[in-house]
Write a protein that binds this ligand. Sequence first.
Ligand code: FAD
Ligand code: SF4
Length: 473
Amino acid sequence: MAIPPQAMPEQDAKVRAHNMNEVALGYTPEMAMREASRCMQCPAKPCMQGCPVAIDIPGFLAKAAEGDFEGALAIIRKTSLLPAVCGRVCPQEKQCQKFCTMGKLLKDVDKAVAIGRVERFVADLARESSSTTGKGASKAPSAPSTGRRVAVIGSGPASITCAADCARAGHEVTMFEAFHKPGGVLVYGIPEFRLPKSIVQQEIDGLKALGVKVELNYVVGRTRKLKDLMAKDGFDAVFIGTGAGLPKFMDIEGENLVGVFSANEYLTRANLMKAYDEGGHDTPFWHGRRVAVLGGGNVAMDASRMALRLGAEKVYLVYRRSEAEMPARREEVHHAKEEGVEFLMLQNAKRVLGDDQGRVVGLECLKYELGEPDASGRRSPVPIAGSEFTLDVDTVVVAVGNASNPLIPATTDGLEINRRGNIVVDPEANMTSIPGVFAGGDIVLGAATVILAMGEGRRAAAGINAYLAAKGK
Ligand code: FAD
Ligand code: SF4
């Protein structure tokens, strides 16, 4: 307890709010060793119960504390395929670090052992000293060829993990991605300043090194129906990892005015299509001067921080509950505030105001107070009658959630979905209602997290491997 928590070096808030470079700069080897040596090696390993893929956390921290960073990474890689990604984006304060004894003793979850930061350090060190992170993946021995073919639809964390595990089992794997770049939300949603795209590309290169073929601009359900992949193209099993890319809107007046965007479109143009690189890329973009972002999750934080980097003079984050109820990662909330995003808590959009050209000129909002807890367990927001006021904005970005991608269920007979549109799978092997068709990640869970998607991809791959083994030659 005598060793102080090692703070993460970061770009200065005023500078970084206007560039796309990564905000957190990463530990030095000395800092990583010092932070890892804060771990008390609790015999009951409470931190592990908070990790969705049960990484041996004290095990890897012990290696890192000794300076054996390769050994630390080898332990992480036993259960997690994407440590450089998860070390950066996992909500550790709600997972492993929430249960850490050190944080409990110091009565502050932010003083728990910084498990994610050490994870990131050991993953980055290996990445920087090899040409691909996938080298880590490809190092693991692959089984001899089985002659079986697996189609993986989508290329987000669920699909990357499933493809890697199926390829390692000796199957011939082809990944089909609708966009022109692979990586799913890791590429089109989460901005460069939180997750450099070179890291995701290295993971894709690692998959290719394992023999996975990647077909881009291929929309299953349009380019080819899912059942044709099996009946006509000879795939023996299919994994659906198409995510939750269908944006939800507020259903308020004025939402179709020019200057209102879904956060998905806003971030996809900026990230995937590099609209921030004016001159270097042709993607058209809307340069909002005064921007209101609606929502309180990671997507809302990313959109508001992106708006600053795209040149907005003023960015408001409008959220109808209080900060305590915000689902966003604490670190992102902290960073957004430091960068100058103004948080308007217990307030919500009532209607978007437009001019005679149909362009946004303001946002009418209403104030709220907290009532009784609702079905989510959080105190419900109750509007205060007569509390309307107007924000002077020219851009509104709606970030109030995403639903599952509906195309494949709509074009595949016999594929069972639940009332929220998520694909129904058996919880043991992630097989859907169609034999040989598996699914995982956000398309099953609804909008969730990278680590949960990864865990689903791994379970589905085990299901596919068992299914193909049972089918025999
Ligand atoms: P996705 O990553 O959504 O990938 C699905 C892929 O399938 C996409 O590339 C899509 O183009 C493709 N696809 C869809 N339909 C088809 C089709 N018919 N044919 C072919 N391809 C198709 N989680 C965290 O843990 N931490 C964070 O900080 C965090 N921040 C986030 C920020 C944003 C802006 C967003 C949107 C999400 C964030 N999340 C975060 C959530 C996390 O990214 C997702 O839970 C995760 O990416 C889901 O993985 P997936 O593999 O299921 O799907
Ligand atoms: Fe180490 Fe915290 Fe896990 Fe204990 S709970 S083993 S201190 S990381």
